[in-house]
Design a protein around this ligand. Sequence first.
Ligand SMILES: Nc1nc2c(ncn2[C@@H]2O[C@H](COP(=O)(O)OP(=O)(O)OP(=O)(O)O)[C@@H](O)[C@H]2O)c(=O)[nH]1
Ligand SMILES: [Mg+2]
Length: 172
Amino acid sequence: MKVFDTPDIRNVALIGHGDSGKTSLASALLFASGAVNRMGSVDEGTAITDFDEEEIDRKLSIQAAAAYLEWKGTKINLLDTPGYAAFLAESRAGLAVADSALVLVDGVAGVEIMTSRTFSYAEEFHLPVVFVLSKLDRERASSRFRTRSAARRFRCNCPSARRPSTPGSSTS
Ligand SMILES: Nc1nc2c(ncn2[C@@H]2O[C@H](COP(=O)(O)OP(=O)(O)OP(=O)(O)O)[C@@H](O)[C@H]2O)c(=O)[nH]1
Ligand SMILES: [Mg+2]
């Protein structure tokens, strides 16, 4: 197994409300980076970070789970955390060992209760965060509107790093 120097390792926690797409994003990142050769799916019970029998049955994360990928010489440890209230201690524990966090915001539902709660944990640990809008392929999703409302809610100036631009899609 390749050994990485400490400056070349990042621990990134995925946080957000239940069902916002954290585990799916982790599967997509692992696939896109070449860490795995098949994209895992929560719905099909093949998501890399939802491996527990109960997680597969219930199609939701119960515990924080780690998986790593390599990107441009950097090892990125992804910490996929649960978003449902009952398992929030796992989310906080994941953030305690993270260097940064990706905050998933559902592109249809917008900022939800556990989005705010998990964001407050990231603040508590002084972590830099990146907001990721999910489900922008769904009807009534709006990246512009959700970006603005997240910026207002969390009182931050959020420059858009990337905006989807599929012609004819409902993302705006
Ligand atoms: N259409 C669409 N569906 C998505 C997207 N991301 C996730 N989903 C679906 O949303 C549901 C929840 O996705 P998960 O990845 O399990 O969400 P999660 O945030 O990990 O949920 P918890 O672990 O329970 O907090 C699944 O049915 C996914 O297939 C997306 O970008 N587009
Ligand atoms: Mg999950």
